[in-house]
Design a protein around this ligand. Structure first.
Ligand code: EPU
Length: 429
């Protein structure tokens, strides 16, 4: 199993090209099931989760054609793929697949909307908490689907198709909003989604669906209106820049010191995290083509942060921020409100010398003068990258095990960091 070795202490200086967003790419790929025509996606990140979803969609009958490289392109450019669900040959998503990638549960929405039936495995255990799917199921029920749970599978039927409805979510959920939007796009009549997630990835999905002929208004706000259409067509859509990858490298540059340009990043999707980094001690400049992050070597300041749905501070940057403030002057408090068990990095950061006390959902982080390299591992993607960030500032050598977690969501992380001067390499034995 691959590992990543980092020798800490180097500043980061240079340019990092930001990839397409994993959490936009996955629902966009799933949306290809809504039409028999071709959906072309540009700027798809080269990630293990994307590769896995190609296989899952292939199982339902989606043809996936990767475009060849064009003149002037190198490995740093995202992929362009054509997804064509001409005929859906299987409306079952089996346990072996859904259990490997939770987001693949979302195929239930296009399958029930277009084929009027779906049988999708419940996702099962998850490293960052229980993560139920009750809100997703309730949304489909509101649109008229009959739902049974049978031997670990959600069996959904709507013989006459779905019907538009009012869906008022009791809690904000990104996945439930994606599912409601996709299903309502092909439902008869009007749907109003209240208390919708406002994440930029929802906006990206709505833009793509609109290009396919859907009638959607209000994506990016708490109330989304959808006028169902009979069928959707093909489209071409560019996957938005990854705001979590951007935030992660911004935190890495703040931790290591130096000046990094995050090329292609979208500042509008990162308001809260960038203002937090500014408080910690980074100078941030947003430009038309990306974000510049600079730290001049002065000490880091402690901060108090609570994770929240967008536009609040994202849970997907919580672990990285914790690594950063482990070196701050003073005490920071980080409250996790989205997932009840997203603190696996705490014990591993402690192995590097961080001083973190966990009390329920609040981590109290007392900054230390130095971290010292060690062998570490983590059980989810964002926790793993927090260890890489800590390793950049730790004395000596840090080895991060179970790199496959990183490969699920960070494209060529060691190449991108090495390009800015980090002493980081992948060990393949
Ligand atoms: N929830 C319910 N019932 C549901 C669905 C969700 O109670 O039916 C709860 C969850 O347990 C959680 C909260 O609602 O407490 C929010 O979960 P949400 O549904 O918003 O999360 P998700 O859609 O499963 C996506 C991202 C996550 C990201 C969260 C929150 C994708 C593929 N995943 O998950 O990304 O943390 O939104 O922003 O978009 C990651 O990329 O590392 C990652 C975990």
């Amino acid at each position: 199993m691959d590992r990543i070795r980092i020798r800490g202490g180097n500043c980061l200086n240079g340019t990092i090209a930001i990839s397409g967003a994993k959490n936009a790419a996955l629902p966009l790929m799933i949306a290809s099931l809504l039409t028999e025509e071709t959906l072309t996606l540009d700027n798809l990140p080269r990630l293990a989760d994307v590769a896995m979803l190609k296989r899952i969609l292939g199982n339902h009958g989606v043809d996936c054609m990767v475009h060849g490289k064009r003149a002037g392109q190198n490995g740093m450019h995202g992929e362009t793929i054509d997804l064509t669900a001409g005929a859906i040959v299987d409306t079952t998503a089996p346990y072996e697949m859904v259990s490997k990638m939770r987001a693949s549960f979302w195929v239930i929405a296009p399958l029930i909307a277009r084929m009027h039936q779906a049988r999708v495995s419940l996702p099962g255990g998850c490293a960052i908490g229980t993560r139920p799917v009750d809100l997703l199921i309730d949304a489909l029920k509101a649109l008229g689907a009959d739902i049974d749970i049978d031997s670990g599978y959600v069996v959904a039927r709507a013989p006459k198709g779905l019907t538009g409805a009012r869906i008022a979510f009791p809690k904000i959920s990104v996945g439930a909003t994606h599912v409601a939007v996709m299903a309502a796009a092909l439902a008869r009549g009007e749907t109003v989604i209240e208390n919708a997630a406002r994440e930029p990835e929802i906006v990206d999905l709505a833009l793509c669906l609109t290009g396919m002929g859907a009638r959607i208004a209000g994506a990016g706000t708490a109330t989304i209106h959808i006028d169902g259409v009979e069928s959707l067509g093909g489209a071409r859509h560019r996957v938005m820049a990854d705001r979590i990858e951007t935030g992660t490298y911004a935190i890495a540059a703040t931790m290591a010191g130096g000046e990094v340009f995050l090329e292609g990043a979208s500042p509008a999707t990162l308001g809260t995290p960038l203002s937090v980094l500014n408080k910690v001690g980074a100078e941030i400049t947003a430009t038309n083509s990306g974000i510049r992050v600079r730290r001049n070597g002065n000490g880091l300041a402690a901060v108090d942060v609570t994770t929240e749905p967008f536009p609040g501070f994202p849970t997907d940057l919580q672990a990285q921020l914790m690594a950063l403030v482990s070196r701050a002057n003073g005490t920071s408090h980080i409250r996790e409100t989205i997932f009840e068990n997203r603190f696996m990095h705490v014990q591993e950061l402690a192995r590097l010398g961080a001083d973190i006390h966990l009390d329920g959902q609040v981590a109290t982080v007392t900054g230390v003068d130095r971290l010292k390299g060690a062998e570490v591992m983590a059980t989810d993607l964002r926790a793993s990258v927090s260890l890489v960030i800590a390793g950049l500032a730790a004395e000596g050598e840090t080895v991060v095990n179970r790199v496959y977690h990183l490969d699920r969501g960070f494209e060529r992380i060691e190449e991108k960091l090495r390009g800015c001067g980090a002493a980081i390499e992948r060990l393949t034995t």
